[in-house]
Design a protein around this ligand. Structure first.
Ligand code: ASP
Length: 314
C-alpha cells in the first residue's frame, strides 16, 4: 500500500505577512505525520500527531490562537474518523483542552460518537487529560481582532447581517461581513495497511455566537473517511459546508478511481453552485494519491506521497 499525508491550515484571505508562518506550520505537521507513516505507524497516530502540531501553533485557528466568540472566549471543536470501521470521535464547545483532537480520539474509543461542552470536559477528566486555563488559548492577535469587531459591531443589524443561506457567504467573500472564517486545521493520512483516517480541529469562525458549532466536528461536513475510497478534511464557512456535506461529497466523488484532484475540484464547484459557499478541502485516496481545491483567495496546505510528490502551498 502507498502511504500518503495531506494537511491544511485554513482557507481564507490569509494576509501576505502570515503566509510563511502558515506554510511552515503545515510543513511541520506534514513531516511529523509522515515520519510516523514511513516507520510503519498507523494513519490514526499520524493524523493525531499532525493535528496536534497545528493546534499548538498559534498562527492557526485551532487550540492556542483560536478566534474568540462574542463573549470573548474560545470554544473548540474537533473530530477524527476511522475509515476502516467508520467509527468517529467528535467534540464541540470545549474550553479547557489544548488539544481537542486527542480528546476526539478518546471519544472514538468510547460508547459516544460526539460529546459537547461540559460533558466532553468531564470525559476528558475521566481519561486523565490535562486541563488548561481558557485564557491560555487566547493570543494577542485574536484579542485585538475581537476588540475591533466588538467596538464596531451593530447588534441591531445582526438580523440583517444574517441573510438567507448563501448570501452571507457572498457578502463575506466580498469582504462585507464582519466575521471571518479562520485557520481551521485538518489532516488526512493513508498508512501502509491501507487504513485511511481524517481529522479536523477548529476554534470556529471569528465573533461567532456563543455555542455556535460549525462543520468541523460534523461527520460528512468537516471530515469523512472510508478505506474503500479515501478521506477528506474541509475548512471555510462552516454553515455553507454543512449544507452540501462537503467532506462526504468529496469522498463520494472518488468513485471509479477518479483522481483526488478532480474529486476535490468538483466538490468545491458543487459547494459554490449549490450553496454559494466558500471553502477548501484536502483529499487522499486509497491509492495514496492526494488532491485539494479551494475557492477562497488562499488555503494553507502541505502534502507528501510515496511516489515522491511533496510540497507546501498557501
Ligand atoms: N469551518 C470552520 C467553521 O466554520 C471555520 C474554518 O474552517 O476556518 O467553524
Amino acid at each position: 500500500m502507498s502511504i500518503a499525508i495531506i494537511v491544511h491550515g485554513g482557507a481564507w484571505a490569509i494576509p501576505d505577512d502570515q503566509v510563511e508562518e502558515h506554510r511552515a506550520g503545515c510543513r511541520a505537521a506534514r513531516d511529523a505525520g509522515w515520519q510516523i507513516l514511513a516507520n510503519g505507524g498507523s494513519a490514526m497516530d499520524a493524523v493525531e500527531a499532525a493535528v496536534r502540531i497545528l493546534e499548538d501553533a498559534p498562527i492557526f485557528d485551532a487550540g492556542v490562537g483560536s478566534v474568540l466568540n462574542r463573549s470573548g472566549y474560545v470554544e473548540l471543536d474537533a473530530a477524527i474518523m476511522d475509515g476502516d470501521n467508520l467509527y468517529y470521535g467528535s467534540v464541540a464547545g470545549v474550553r479547557r483542552i489544548r488539544n481537542p483532537i486527542t480528546l476526539a480520539r478518546h471519544v472514538l474509543n468510547s460508547p459516544a460518537g460526539m460529546l459537547v461542552a461540559e460533558g466532553a470536559e468531564r470525559f476528558a477528566k475521566e481519561r486523565g487529560m490535562a486541563f488548561c486555563d481558557p485564557e491560555e488559548l487566547i493570543v494577542e492577535r485574536e484579542f485585538k481582532i475581537y476588540e475591533q469587531i466588538k467596538s464596531t459591531y451593530d447588534t441591531s443589524k445582526d438580523h440583517a447581517s444574517t441573510p438567507p443561506p448563501g448570501e452571507r457567504d457572498a457578502q463575506l467573500s466580498a469582504g462585507g461581513y464582519p466575521h471571518r472564517p479562520g485557520d481551521t486545521v485538518g489532516c488526512v493520512a493513508v498508512d501502509s495497511n491501507g487504513w485511511i483516517v481524517a481529522g479536523t480541529s477548529t476554534g470556529g469562525t471569528g465573533y461567532k455566537m456563543v455555542g455556535r458549532v460549525g462543520d468541523a466536528p460534523i461527520l460528512g461536513g468537516g471530515l469523512y473517511a472510508m478505506n474503500e475510497l479515501g478521506g477528506c478534511s474541509t475548512t471555510g464557512w462552516g454553515e455553507s459546508i454543512m449544507r452540501v456535506l462537503l467532506a462526504k461529497t468529496a469522498v463520494d466523488n472518488l468513485h471509479d478511481d477518479i483522481h483526488p484532484q478532480d474529486a476535490a475540484t468538483k466538490a468545491i464547484e458543487h459547494l459554490a453552485n449549490r450553496a454559494k459557499g466558500i471553502a477548501g478541502c484536502i483529499l487522499a485516496d486509497r491509492h495514496g494519491r492526494v488532491g485539494w481545491a479551494f475557492n477562497t483567495p488562499r488555503m494553507a496546505h502541505a502534502w507528501r506521497t510515496a511516489d515522491g510528490q511533496d510540497g507546501a502551498g498557501v
